[in-house]
Write a protein that binds this ligand. Structure first.
Ligand code: G3P
Ligand code: CA
Length: 323
């Protein structure tokens, strides 16, 4: 009798082991440090990138801009005044013309309203109007906290040198259309940098390219097909993702979509539909300073493990819920 029970348990255990072996492990969720660990150190500085690696980010994000002498640098905006002391160092080097591109730029309606009210257009210091040597004179740290005084805008090469081997890189082509109008191909510059650094399909330092600009991603799908590409989508463009047919078309030139998290709130079927189309889903942006949840960790938990998204951008890498 006892021998029979033992045999039964052994068979059950073997069946469970077989079932476990057949069940694929849950895909690892990815933590992308948004502009570095930007809740704790000035965005896109060596300090924020270093802290992101210390906080075990899977990827560290770089928003890319181009200097007047053709160097890729890491800064979110097309212009310098929000994150640096450019107005003090180069008081006369501003432009009155609105860049006309970029989510950081004044929207056309706001610019038109200001003009009709007789207000002068805002003064803007475009990154692309300055050489790298000039940018390196700017302080990108004091505005965040005086203890970071002297922090500089890093080049993409400096970001690569810091991050490689410790985490992946997640460069964003910012405003490619603005640069195209100036005769600059940011996709070509980025591809050259990845090739030069041996970062095309490098298992130790994975790279994922992101952009809101589908033309740039379609071009990279042709020129650099080995490197995954993620299509960023703002709430106002949610209709780009609203049918399985559109998602299948995107899967022809991108490996994933990255909607603002508000889009998933209004389109709950999107995660499954994107997965069915073969696309990963990455959401932005999770911040302890703005979350409406009891904590940003609980907010990320919901999207990653209840709604099933694959990755998140967060300013707070130390709050990422690993399982
Ligand atoms: O790139 C993902 C997310 O960073 C998009 O928003 O404005 O921070 O670049 P933004
Ligand atoms: Ca970004």
């Amino acid at each position: 009798m006892i021998k029979g029970i033992v045999v039964l348990f052994a068979a059950a255990a073997a069946a469970l082991a077989t079932a476990a072996a057949q069940t694929p492990p849950a895909a690892k969720k990815a933590l992308i440090a948004h502009r570095g660990a930007s809740a704790y150190a000035p965005e896109h500085t060596i300090a924020s990138y270093t802290l992101a690696t210390v906080q075990k980010a899977d990827f560290v994000e770089q928003d890319l801009a181009v200097t007047s002498d053709g160097v890729l640098v890491c800064i979110h905006d097309l212009t310098l005044e929000r994150t640096t002391n450019v107005a003090e160092v180069f008081p006369d080097r501003y432009s009155r013309a609105a860049p006309g591109e970029g989510r950081a730029a004044a929207p056309p309606a706001a610019a038109a309203a200001a003009a009709s009210a007789g207000a002068a257009p805002a003064r803007r210091w475009l990154v692309n109007d300055f050489t790298l040597a000039e940018l390196k004179r700017l302080d990108a740290g004091t505005g965040f906290d005086p203890k970071f005084a002297g922090a500089r805008i890093p080049t993409f090469q400096e970001a690569i040198d810091l991050v490689r081997g410790k985490a992946g890189l997640y460069p964003e082509l910012k405003d490619p259309e603005f640069y195209r109008r100036r005769g600059i191909r940011t996709d070509v510059l980025l591809a050259a940098m990845l090739r030069k650094n041996g970062l095309v399909a490098n298992p130790k330092t994975p790279v994922i390219i992101q952009s809101f600009d589908d033309a740039a991603l379609r071009q990279l799908a042709r020129d650099l097909p080995q490197v995954p590409r993620v299509f960023l989508v703002e709430p106002r463009d949610a209709a780009r993702l609203d049918t399985p047919e559109k998602l299948k078309e995107i899967a022809g030139w991108a490996s994933g979509v990255a909607p603002n998290k508000a889009i998933v709130d209004t389109m709950p079927g999107l995660v499954k539909q994107a997965h069915d189309a073969g696309l990963t889903v990455t959401l932005w942006t999770f911040r302890a300073s703005t979350t409406t949840f009891p904590s940003v960790r609980e907010e990320m938990e919901k999207y990653l493990y209840t709604l099933g998204v694959d990755a998140v951008f967060t300013d707070n890498p130390d709050q990422f819920p690993r399982r």
